[in-house]
Design a binder for this molecule. Structure first.
Ligand SMILES: Cc1cc2nc3c(=O)[nH]c(=O)nc-3n(C[C@H](O)[C@H](O)[C@H](O)COP(=O)(O)O)c2cc1C
Length: 261
């Protein structure tokens, strides 16, 4: 079983590729959270968790899922995780391990995968240049094949991650502040005169946090938004913004750059 969460599609691509290579079932965390979250693992089945790093931490929805989930299994299970990021993950892996500890689950191997950047809501945060996006995806494709082979042969003790400099500060100071105060849908708005009412934002929000009223998107403002920016990045007219800052930022979602080259 491979559980994943994804906003702009990077991690969905990782999880889908892995599912193809390992032949394992793919499960989307927000969909699973609507149900019981009880799973029985067959003899020899592997357990994978793939998610993006948000503010050098696992996204809250991933932590919520781990808190709710129960796994039943007879034999020891092989568990792996792949964290996608634009640059580095800080101590996100340690934080995720702590969540799994609560369920007495131990990771056998862990990886980070550098993918195109999706966060654009702060000064000096931009999407990557198209050639850099393609370069990151090219390198990630090679690394993912290597990772898949290691997972298929159940190699244990592999930790191939990019923590960045001062990972503790990234996750526990900057990331802690970011996740406590800056993950919110309050700043999203739509430019009414630009919106073409295509509803892509509603359809691509992974957690169903957007509803349409009078043809325009509205955000529920009920504290479930993960700030994945899927709505912002998928808007074909750049009509959705997060405060004024993103008006001058680029857009990205997985497949976008490839299709345009
Ligand atoms: C809210 C948010 C916070 C992010 N924080 C980080 C971060 O701390 N470090 C990093 O390298 N990338 C960060 N990123 C970039 C994403 O982790 C990266 O682009 C990821 O591959 C996106 O995956 P997805 O397309 O599956 O959503 C962040 C993106 C978002 C939307």
């Amino acid at each position: 079983m491979i559980f994943y969460f994804s906003g702009t599609g990077n991690t969905r691509w990782v999880a889908e590729e892995l599912a193809k290579k390992t032949g394992e079932k793919l499960l989307c965390i927000p969909d699973e959270l609507k149900g019981e979250c009880s799973y029985f693992l067959q003899e020899g089945e592997r357990l994978g968790f793939c998610f993006p790093v948000h503010g050098w931490q696992p996204p809250r929805i991933v932590k919520d899922f781990i808190n709710k989930v129960t796994f039943s299994f007879k034999s020891p299970i092989y568990i792996y995780t792949i964290l996608t990021c634009g640059d580095n993950i800080g101590q996100a892996l340690e934080l995720f391990k702590k969540e799994l500890d609560k369920k007495r689950l131990q990771i056998s191997s862990a990886y980070s995968l550098i993918m195109p950047e999706s966060y654009v809501c702060l000064p000096f945060m931009y999407t990557d240049a198209p050639e850099n996006e393609l370069n990151k995806i090219h390198k990630a494709t090679i690394e993912l094949t290597r990772i898949a082979n290691e997972i298929i042969s159940r190699e244990s003790g592999i930790v191939r991650i990019n923590t960045g400099k001062f990972p503790w500060i990234l996750s526990h100071v900057i990331g802690a502040y970011f996740n406590a105060f800056m993950i919110s849908d309050k700043k999203f708005f739509v430019e009414e005169n630009i919106c073409i009412h295509c509803r892509k934002c509603e359809k691509t929000c992974p957690i169903g946090n957007i509803f349409i009223k009078n043809g325009l998107p509205h955000w529920h403002h009920n504290n479930i938004c993960t700030n994945c920016l899927s709505c912002y990045h998928h808007c074909p007219k750049h009509a959705i913004n997060y405060g004024k800052i993103t008006r001058k930022r680029g857009q990205y979602f997985f497949g976008h750059t490839i299709n345009n080259h």
